[in-house]
Write a protein that binds this ligand. Structure first.
Ligand code: ATP
Ligand code: MG
Length: 182
């Protein structure tokens, strides 16, 4: 049996790795779908689909899971919920079960007759993309929450500097004496 796990993986973290290991106790093969593939260089979605794919495949290889997760597939948003499952199916090999914790995604798969399972959460407070991006932005330690292979990819692409850069604003928040009024 083949399963599908969709996430944005911004970035791929230890919670994702744990959930993949646990799903592999239930299915023979797992497809990893990279959602919102078209989006990058924003605070919510800093990494490109290609960068996320590089992180995921490095982690899978490093943990001996690449053979069981042979497909890592970027999935662009379609901004049409009624068509979304068809879109996903058009991009992926056949799968018999979808794993997602997202209530909308659950509903959409169920309406198309695809069985949905909700993955168990592992240390959700720490192992969360939002928490990791916040730590990166604040200059705090984040490396413990991310598998080492993905940490290397993030270092290589200057991921933390990117997040800090895109958080900057060119808005003038205060004037110093001598500044010319905007
Ligand atoms: P963000 O905070 O940016 O939404 P996230 O940590 O929720 O990031 P996603 O890419 O949205 O990561 O996650 C995709 C899927 O991975 C989720 O729907 C969920 O099923 C699973 N997941 C995320 N974090 C964990 C975790 N700590 N334990 C188990 N599964 C997780
Ligand atoms: Mg999420």
């Amino acid at each position: 049996m083949r399963g599908l796990l969709i996430g944005r993986y911004q970035p791929f973290h230890k919670g994702h790795l744990e959930v993949i290991k646990s799903i592999l106790g239930e299915v023979d093969e797992l497809i990893i779908g990279i959602g919102s593939a078209q989006t990058s260089h924003t605070l919510e979605n800093p990494f490109t689909a290609g960068e996320r794919m590089t992180m995921i495949s490095a982690v899978l290889k490093g943990n001996g899971l690449a053979d069981r997760c042979p497909y890592i597939i970027p999935i662009n948003d379609v901004w049409n919920n009624a068509l979304w499952v068809r879109h996903v199916r058009s991009l992926t090999p056949r799968f018999e079960v979808a794993y997602t914790g997202n209530p909308l995604a659950k509903r959409l798969f169920a309406e198309e007759g695809i069985p949905v399972r909700t993955p168990t959460m592992f240390y959700r407070f720490k192992y969360s993309g939002t928490e990791i991006r916040k730590r990166m932005l604040d200059g705090r330690q984040w490396e413990d929450l991310v598998p080492e292979e993905a940490v290397h990819v993030i270092y290589e692409i200057g991921g933390v500097e990117r997040i800090k850069d895109i958080s900057k604003s060119d808005r003038i928040t205060y004037l110093e004496p001598g500044d010319v009024s905007p």
